[in-house]
Design a binder for this molecule. Structure first.
Ligand code: CTP
Length: 396
């Protein structure tokens, strides 16, 4: 996928700069031509010689390169993709503002190639409204952001801000280079946990945050699919994704069933509640009204309806969040619900399932199973989509 492609790799001045060495190694091993640009800040964290030795050409840093009078336009025009890892808050702000004050920012502005930024910084900086606004501005311009991960930070503290893993970064580069392998697909994805009203202020829900569903939508649209996301989560849609909001299992069911026939693929990542209060109150219940005797009834499992009613080319994907007998329970659901693929995860495993940025899943089809080891939800999303693509090829 990346073989023979030119990757311009920008490295900026953050402690995570040392991790860019591993990214270079993997890209070069994959056959890419890596042209590194280091900012002056990056050189305080990592040796230029190391990068020059591992990359496909020596590091460039200056706009005043003696061999090439206009190095930024050469790099910008020749790049198949520009990757910045790590990307500091300064680089993100400068690029968002359209300022070119060094070779890297000039190259970014002098290029039409897809751009991938991999931010890395302390949690406080990452969450600062100015940084978040710059990120949104860049996403709106089509820049791919490989989100930082949660974990230990340079100061010994913990939080969001660690550079994404080399595998997530390389996977984003691969995606940027194969932008359209899902171009013929219309995909409907559901995300988040449903809320079943008890009264106007209380509800039954579950731990789902919708991250895997959003990652799927983001990955699918980046690969050229037409994507609709039906979500229970109050979060902006990834750029290019049509979004619909739903709250309860019944809302979600109406939204999905009313348009299911229009999609080639339906991915039910939402954690749909299995039970709902039988008689939701229209006024807030008082403690004295014996709320402990709440009557509940099962919700309608509409994944079964989707499996029954699917057309011959349609692919229906279900999820199974399990706490025991993962493979056995998931296989049973695959068959009972007449699915093409089930994505099973053991939600008791570390870093897996609800609310994490990472996931480990078992993909099961009628033909066999594949384990996807612990990785970012975006990487897992691409593996799920690869499996969907494989199923489609076997159907046509
Ligand atoms: N699902 C659905 N409608 C429901 C409940 C679940 O469409 N009312 C879908 C989910 O979106 C998910 C899949 O079914 O893709 C698996 O849901 P899960 O609750 O794990 O499966 P169940 O069949 O309810 O099995 P159990 O609760 O016994 O584990």
């Amino acid at each position: 996928m990346i073989s023979g492609k030119k990757v311009v790799l920008g490295i900026t001045g953050g402690i995570a700069a040392y991790k860019s060495v591993e990214v270079v190694r993997r890209l070069v091993e994959g056959g890419a031509h890596v042209a590194p640009i280091m900012t002056s800040g990056a050189k305080r964290f990592i040796g230029e010689v190391t990068l020059s030795a591992l990359a496909s050409e020596p590091v460039k840093s200056s706009l005043w390169d003696e061999d090439d009078p206009i190095p930024h336009t050469t790099l910008g025009q020749e790049a198949d993709v520009i990757l910045v890892a790590p990307a500091t808050a300064r680089l993100i702000g400068t690029y968002a503002a359209g300022i070119s004050n060094d070779l890297l920012t000039a190259t970014l502005l002098a290029s039409r190639a897809p751009v991938i930024l991999c931010p890395a910084m302390h949690t406080e900086m990452w969450e600062h409204p100015a940084v978040q606004e710059n990120i949104r501005t860049l996403q709106n311009r089509g820049v791919t952001i490989v989100a930082p991960e949660d974990g230990k930070l340079a100061g010994g503290d913990e939080g969001k801000g660690r550079l994404a893993s080399p595998s997530a970064i390389v996977s984003a580069v691969e995606q940027a280079l194969t932008l359209d392998d899902l171009a013929e697909f219309k995909i409907l994805i559901t995300a988040g946990g449903t809320r079943e009203q008890i009264d106007p202020v209380r509800f039954i829900t579950n731990k789902s945050t919708g991250k895997q569903g959003y990652a799927l939508a983001e990955a699918a649209v980046a690969r050229g699919a037409t994507v609709t996301l039906v979500t229970t989560v109050d979060r902006e849609a990834p750029i290019g994704v049509e979004i619909q909001h739903a709250e309860s299992a019944s809302d979600l069911r109406s939204a999905v069933m009313s348009c299911a026939d229009n999609y080639d693929v339906i991915i039910m990542a939402a954690a749909v509640a299995d039970f709902q209060p039988s008689l939701p109150a229209d006024r807030k219940l008082k403690k004295s009204q014996q709320i402990t005797n709440l009557e509940i009834e099962p919700t309608h499992d509409f994944l079964i309806d989707l499996g029954k009613g699917k057309s011959s080319n349609q692919i229906i994907v279900g999820f199974a969040a399990e706490t025991e007998e993962l493979e056995k329970n998931a296989k049973e659901k695959l068959e009972r619900k007449n699915l093409d693929l089930i994505v099973a995860n053991d939600v008791t495993a570390p870093g897996t399932g609800f609310a994490y940025d990472t996931n480990e899943v078992l993909l099961i089809t009628g033909q066999g199973k594949t384990n996807v080891p612990l990785a970012s939800k975006r990487v897992v999303a691409d593996k799920i989509l690869d499996a969907v693509l494989g199923l489609r090829e076997s159907k046509v």
